[in-house]
Write a protein that binds this ligand. Structure first.
Ligand code: GLU
Length: 481
């Protein structure tokens, strides 16, 4: 049975890297018919952030990535919060201590600081000097003093494991390893210990996590060995870097995951884009539906070099997915954005909804983000237009323009058939009659009616706005000039 886990720490807003790992977990579970477990690694009390877990669960649900076991849904391997599993970690730590594979360390933080400073001064690599490893309880005079539990690592030899992403065995020099802390003095486990215990007890078959954990592999190898457990398959996913190959940050347009939701990215675009950050299906296809990803996702496609985050590609992809939406879907998606700025009322009536759909159909092709909808469509909803200075200077301010606009207004006013074709023919004819052919009439009419020099098809825009508004705007602009 394939069982994967996503194991976030509730220490802040989830970022792109966290969610990318969750997507890999989820895709792999769905691809194999396995289970996707959500485990909360909340053992770092000092870094706990209120609301971070809810945000994470919200992000996962927004993408349609429901976990099979974990918070809110339960499961047979709980509890799924590490803070509720302390007795389990203590039990295994106790067994390791009894077997001489771990030990209590009473060194104070002052002693550890002194030790580190002395090591640095002597030009040595820093690490615990294993003082408490060889002393007996009596020698330590320990009664009642705070302690941590350290794992007794081998001091020589090499350790190795098979990395499925790199397709090779990776080896480490044990003499460079530290006797790492398994349990802290507050009784909470460290990540390294708790994740091993939980991955085993939760029967996790594949551990997907960032490749920054590769350097800690010796710890896991010996912990598994000491506990007599079989290791899971380790799937270390590549780092995500910015286009300049530096660590991904806000500078590269990478923000908290929830901000992408707010800006109006679609789940299908985020999943598609993030799945390709570290996985490839061979070939240069870019667009994958979620079903296709589930069908094709496999460990063999995980790349073994850093993935580059390109925010312009994400934006492009989002536009592609927006264009695939029906107008009714687009309405549902954009309405909150239009309502937020008051372009559409909170409880719109049917005619308003019909009009809004017509407007959205006109901007559909150019939308790359749902949050662009208000700016792109404002002039359809508001009569006090903001005029683009460029359009005013180039067209409205021309001495001949008012007469042209007035003539177009007159012809439009008496137009019988209010269709896109009839409007176009009339505007063009009126232009010729007023001595302004083609662009010379179309541009000033566009600026008059929309306030802008670019936008959706002019005649479609006029048709949607309706005769009355168009005539009024043409006259306003004529008077303005
Ligand atoms: N809690 C760890 C983190 O958020 C999880 C790493 C792992 O997947 O094992 O980085």
């Amino acid at each position: 049975m394939i069982r994967v886990r996503f194991a976030p720490s509730p220490t802040g807003s989830p970022h792109i890297g966290n969610i990318r790992t969750a997507i890999f977990d989820w895709l792999y579970a769905r691809h194999t018919g396995g289970k996707f477990v959500l485990r909360i690694e909340d053992t770092d009390q000092a870094r706990y952030v209120e609301g971070a877990l809810e945000e994470m669960m919200n992000d996962l649900r927004w993408m349609g990535m429901q976990w099979d076991e974990g918070p809110e849904v339960g499961g047979d391997f709980g509890p799924y919060f590490q803070s509720e599993r302390l007795d389990i970690y203590h039990k295994y730590a106790g067994e390791l201590i009894a077997a001489g594979k771990a030990y209590k360390c009473y060194c104070t933080s002052e002693r550890l600081t002194e030790m580190r400073e002395a090591q640095q001064a002597a030009g040595k690599t820093t690490g615990y000097d294993r003082r408490c490893r060889s002393l007996s309880e009596a020698e330590l005079e320990s009664s009642g003093k705070p302690y941590v539990v350290r794992f007794a690592m081998p001091e020589s030899g090499t350790s190795s494991y098979q990395d499925v992403v790199r397709g090779s065995e990776l080896s480490f020099d044990n003499s460079l390893q530290d006797d790492f802390v398994m349990l802290k003095s507050d009784g909470f486990p460290t990540y390294n210990f708790a994740s091993v215990v939980d991955d085993h007890l939760m029967e996790i078959s594949h551990v997907f996590r960032g490749e920054e954990y590769i350097s800690s592999m010796p710890k896991y190898i010996y912990l598994y060995e000491a506990l007599g457990w079989e290791q899971p398959v380790w799937v270390h996913v590549p780092l995500i870097l910015g286009p300049d190959k530096s660590k991904l940050s806000k500078r590269h347009g990478a923000v908290n995951f929830s901000s992408y939701i707010g800006e109006g990215y679609l789940p299908e675009a985020m999943i598609n884009f993030l799945a390709l950050l570290g996985w490839s299906d061979s070939g240069d296809k870019d667009l994958y539906t979620i079903d296709e990803l589930v069908e094709r996702f496999d460990i063999s496609g995980i790349i073994n070099h850093p993935a580059i985050f390109d925010s312009s590609k994400l934006l492009w992809m989002n536009g592609v997915y927006i264009r695939q939406k029906s107008i009714d879907e687009l309405l549902a998606l954009c309405l909150p954005y239009l309502q937020e700025v008051g372009l559409v009322p909170e409880n719109p009536d049917e005619p308003t909804l019909t009009y809004t759909k017509k407007v959205l159909a006109l901007i559909h092709d150019r939308l790359k983000l749902l949050s662009e909808a208000p700016e792109m469509s404002e002039f359809f909803f508001k009569d006090d237009l903001t005029f683009e200075q460029k359009g005013v200077d180039k067209w409205l301010a021309k001495p001949e323009t008012p007469a042209v606009l007035e003539h177009v207004a007159e012809r439009i006013e008496s137009l019988g058939d209010w269709s896109v074709e009839a409007i176009e023919a009339t505007v063009r004819e009126a232009g010729v009659e007023a001595g302004a052919e083609g662009g010379k009439v179309i541009h000033p009419v566009r600026v008059s009616v929309t306030g802008r020099t670019t936008g959706p098809g002019l005649f479609e825009t006029m048709e949607a706005l309706g005769r009355e508004k168009v005539v009024q705007r043409l006259r306003n602009a004529a008077g303005r000039a």
